[in-house]
Design a protein around this ligand. Structure first.
Ligand code: ASP
Length: 439
């Protein structure tokens, strides 16, 4: 059994957190490859080391004195090193960082040092081999991740190591310069390492006990999802639910390696398993609910639209030419509605209206703004009769007016469009009917 374990920033924010992580790793001999983030927040008003690094680097680039800012970062690591009583000095590393900041080595270089240094501390603490991610994770000159080259080099390198620490978040470009993934990207590094070593499971340790059925800011103490498929997760993350970086699924998708999301502060909690497929039935008919506010609906009306072949294409082409992506396109016999992100749309509004007039000569164009989309996701819906009925009766009882309904052909999700002001009530009502009522 081989496990890759990734620890998020809050799991490594202090010496106390490092000790918990050490206990977790030592509790299971299969936990052989460790991917750390940079130290995160110790308390809610604290600053993540990554943000301190960005800030410090910008000060350096502006030609101002950045010594105090760099010292504050150094102190964060020193506190951890002292708390763990390690025989380790990062003095030389910090001298080099200072030199590179003066030479304007780039924001990516600056941000990556958070993980780079934390990896050194972690390897020292565990007695594992340290592998700089710049030597095993590659991007092309345009900054696109090179999966095949990385997989080849990384799997070869790790085959020589029984245990190793590989810092998250970054790799290197052909000229040797550092390139980071987008924020939260250590999750992606964890997936890449899990793929390279053909891990049995990729454990992603964070500060929540798994993926919640819905947003805890809307529903108090929502249930934890015990098993979710990659596809369900993708639907929910697209609609704004976050625990894992969205791109961390891609390296694992074809490998069928499960991701286990676990809580460093409550390691005995079962967490959430993210799997390629499963015949385990979800506990509730639905797996999760997520949504976003801030959509607009553009409704184009033209009598006899149904006889005009190519009408839909011409409409969508206008959006395409204006660089606007669409979310949904519910239609009637003589109407077609295009759901778009309101902010993006507002910038191009007049050009799109003019474009639509030119392209399809509509009878009218109606605009409605301040709409929200809520996705109800679940592999269990395919086998269950009456899911849609229950959703709409719950919404009727909650006095929510449904503006749009879209059931994906995969029957994995039902999306409802409501007014922004009904967003929270919609999520609560759906949660209550499917989860609270079934507890
Ligand atoms: N430290 C980086 C960030 O704050 C990457 C990560 O934690 O995954 O975004």
């Amino acid at each position: 059994m081989k496990k890759v374990v990734k620890f998020g920033g809050s799991s490594l924010a202090s010496a106390g957190q490092f000790k918990k992580v050490g206990d977790i790793i030592r509790a299971d001999a299969a936990r052989r490859y460790v991917v750390p983030s940079a130290p995160g927040k110790r308390f809610s008003a604290d600053t993540k080391v990554t943000d301190m690094l960005y800030d410090c680097y910008r000060t350096a680039v502006a030609g101002k004195d950045f010594s105090q800012k760099l010292k504050n970062i150094k102190d964060r690591y020193q506190e951890i090193i002292d708390g763990l009583a390690l025989n380790l000095s990062l003095e030389q590393e910090f001298d080099k960082i200072e030199e590179q900041f003066r030479a304007k080595a780039g924001e990516d270089y600056a941000a990556s040092r958070g993980e780079y240094l934390n990896g050194i501390v972690m390897a020292n603490y565990l007695g594992y081999t340290y592998i700089d991610a710049a030597e095993v994770i590659f991007f092309d000159e345009n900054g696109n991740f090179l999966d095949e080259k990385t997989d080849e080099v990384l799997s070869h390198r790790l085959s020589e190591e029984e245990h190793a620490v590989i810092p998250g978040f970054y790799g290197s470009k052909p000229d040797g310069s550092v390139k980071t993934f987008s924020r939260g990207g250590s999750d992606i590094t964890g997936s890449i390492v899990a793929k390279a070593v053909h891990a049995d499971v990729y454990e992603n340790w964070t500060d929540v006990s798994g993926f919640l059925v819905t947003d805890p800011k809307i529903v108090e103490n929502p249930e934890v999802i015990s098993t979710i498929t990659y596809r369900e997760l993708r639907e929910l993350s697209y609609m704004g639910a976050t625990v894992l970086h969205e791109d961390s699924i891609f390296p694992l998708r074809k490998e069928g390696i499960p991701i286990h999301v676990l809580n460093t502060n409550a390691p005995e909690d079962p967490g959430t398993m993210i799997v390629e497929n499963t015949c385990s039935k979800p506990h509730f008919t639905i797996t999760g609910i997520a949504g976003k506010k801030g959509f607009a609906a553009v409704t184009i009306e033209k009598s006899m639209m149904n006889t005009e072949i190519g009408f839909g294409r011409k409409v969508l082409q206008v959006f395409e030419e204006n660089g606007i992506s669409f979310e949904h396109t519910p239609s009637g016999i003589d109407t077609m509605t295009v759901f778009v992100h309101q902010k993006e749309f507002e910038e191009k509004e007049q050009s799109i209206i003019a474009g639509l007039h030119r392209a399809v000569q509509p009878d009218s164009i109606d605009l409605e703004s301040d709409l929200a989309l809520v996705a109800i996701v679940g592999r269990g819906m395919r086998r269950t009769r009456g899911t849609a009925g229950r959703i709409f009766s719950a919404l009727a009882h909650a006095h929510v007016n449904v503006k749009m309904i879209d059931q994906g052909s995969s029957e994995l999700n039902i999306i409802v469009g409501v007014e922004n002001r009904d967003f929270e009530a919609t999520i609560k009502a759906i949660y209550d009917i499917f989860v609270t009522a079934q507890l």
